[in-house]
Design a protein. Structure first.
Length: 557
């Protein structure tokens, strides 16, 4: 087996390397096991990168498996969205696509084995009685009055449950472990419950369904998973994970070596909520336009926002994995995206708040072109032609009649260079009756065009962007800010009160002519304004909508 050198060491890699060195496993096999009851979010992206990345780095394989044990909440729509999201992140599971529901026959057979061995029993208490008798963190639980049922009686009831003879809540199958255990997860956990619900994958074939905590270890064992990597909230579940697999191995149901469960801290980002319950509130309450709203922390929304898959990879590698929970500033994620987008985004010009600039001494009918690089660090990407004429669009903030100290853009008497074009001198501005600036007037210097002999003789401190008013195209531009205005939404009050009212600004802008034909999901850097993507949902042929992915540098306070 060829093992590539791991990029960054961490405690999980150390565990894997120790297992390989000891010969415990011949080949690493991990899994990403989402429940298909919602859309993946940034926290899932960390887990995806971790599990697939470990398999890649140690010459192993990673499975994509749907833990679909709760038919009332799971839908095929989510299955398809998850598959698409994992593919978008750049990972491939090959032939290793699995569903927990495909193992229902084995799980049922194993449950019968546990009953026959006296390791499980049918409990006929109500759900409320089970909850009360489970005990608390400081008080032990109480044995069910049905705990000493004979294996034969429990087996008969279990088979009748399977046959659909009982209503929901009438019986459950529980493991027989220790109701006095300090770990509540070992106090005879429920393994099966009755649910008369249609399943997205198995239809009406079953009316009893395994609990996730019972199903998941079995799936891992049947698939030969070596390292079952999960987040810290499952740490207390590990003793049951091990108890179940050890007993099933002793009964001949699964083979050794058994999988190892290893926990790591889940992703916590500032200015974000990742709770499924809270995300549902945002969508159903109309606080966002849907699960794919570019302000949402779902991978569906991230793609629409223009975030790059490679940026998620870089972020996951940068923050690594740890045993202790910590909050990562959202700016770290944005910086990773910015680094990637800088490399892959061709440059273009957009004027977001247009003000007309008239070059008085430029011939009215004249028209020419200036050359601009598609990427300043990638000369092999070539140059593009920018139309130039007497009237241009510039940013409104690039003119001030009475500028403060250190302002080097346009004001009466000052000279600036039109980026990739000529040096101009500001002559003043037209105003309406209310004093609003309508147009700026300037004169140009014909021998100052960028790239021509003698142009460098003009020394100016200001350099501004522009577009030809005759050829520039209108486009809708959306600027996004963080969805929440505080780092820890909901820490001191209802999290909805922490929503940022300025999280979305939409307006009409001018862009380079060729951008009218930009295709969905094309990315660009709009010089000076940040990185943008063509919205895949709201754009139409000839009328693109541009979403700002991230600014050129950290600008949010």
């Amino acid at each position: 087996m060829t093992v590539s050198k791991p990029p960054v060491s961490n405690f999980i890699r150390s565990e894997i390397e120790a297992d390989l060195a000891a010969g415990r496993y011949a080949r690493i096999r991990t899994r990403f096991p989402p429940e298909p009851n919602g859309y993946l979010h940034f926290g899932h992206a960390k887990s995806i990168c971790l599990n697939f990345g470990l398999a890649r780095d140690y010459g192993g394989v990673c499975h994509l498996r749907f833990d679909d044990t709760n038919p009332e909440k799971e839908e095929q729509e989510y299955v398809e969205a998850i598959i698409e999201a994992v593919r978008w992140l750049g990972f491939d599971w090959g032939p290793h696509l699995y569903y927990a529901s495909n193992y229902f026959p084995q799980m049922y057979a194993f449950a019968e084995k546990l009953i026959e061995a006296g390791l499980a029993y049918i409990d006929s208490q109500s759900p409320e009685e089970i909850r009360i008798n489970r005990g608390t963190l400081t008080e032990p639980g109480k044995n069910s009055p049905y705990r000493e049922r004979t294996p034969q009686e429990s087996l008969e009831l279990f088979r009748r449950m399977r046959a659909g003879e009982f209503p929901e809540g009438a019986h459950v199958l529980r493991a027989k472990i220790d109701m006095a255990s300090p770990n509540l997860n070992l106090r005879d956990p429920v393994l099966y419950r009755i649910k008369h619900a249609r399943h997205h994958n198995t239809g009406d074939a079953w009316c009893i369904y395994p609990m996730y905590t019972y199903a998941h270890p079995i799936e891992d064992a049947l698939e030969g998973i070596t390292h079952s990597i999960c987040t810290l909230e499952f740490e207390d579940q590990r003793p049951f994970y091990d108890w179940l697999l050890e007993n099933l191995a002793d009964l001949g149901c699964v083979t050794r070596p058994l999988p190892r469960q290893i926990e790591f801290a889940r992703l916590n980002l500032s200015h974000v909520v990742l709770s499924k319950r809270k995300l549902i509130q945002l969508v159903e309450g109309g606080h966002v336009s849907g699960w794919d709203d570019p302000r949402m922390p779902t991978l569906l929304a991230a793609r629409r926002r223009g975030y790059a898959p490679e940026g998620f990879h870089r972020f996951a590698e940068m923050i690594g994995v740890a045993k202790a929970d910590a909050v990562i500033d959202y700016g770290v994620f944005e910086a990773c995206q910015r680094d990637v987008l800088n490399e892959i985004s061709p440059r273009r010009i957009a004027v977001l708040d247009p003000l007309r600039l008239i070059i008085d001494n430029y011939p009215e009918a004249a028209h020419e072109e200036c050359l601009a690089p598609n990427h300043p660090q990638k000369p092999d990407w070539g140059k593009r032609r920018l139309p130039f004429s007497r009237e241009l669009w510039i940013e409104r903030e690039d003119y001030q009649e009475n500028p403060p100290a250190g302002y080097f853009r346009l004001f009466p008497g000052n000279r600036v260079r039109l980026r990739y074009g000529y040096v101009i001198e500001c002559l003043g501005a037209e105003k309406d009756e209310k004093g609003r600036i309508l147009a700026v007037h300037a004169r140009y210097f014909p021998d100052s065009k960028s790239g021509t002999p003698g142009a460098d003789a003009y020394k100016v401190k200001g350099n501004i962007h522009w577009l030809c008013a005759r050829s520039a195209q209108r486009a809708t531009v959306r600027l996004f800010d963080r969805l929440f205005s505080v780092p820890n939404p909901g820490a001191e009050r209802d999290f909805l009160l922490d929503l940022n009212p300025q999280s979305l600004t939409s307006f009409s802008a001018f862009v380079e002519p060729e951008l009218a034909a930009a295709q969905a999901e094309q990315r660009f850097q709009f010089e000076r304004h940040g990185y943008f993507v063509v919205d895949a949902k709201d754009s139409t042929p000839g009328a693109p909508v541009f979403n700002r992915t991230v600014t050129l540098k950290e600008s949010w306070k």
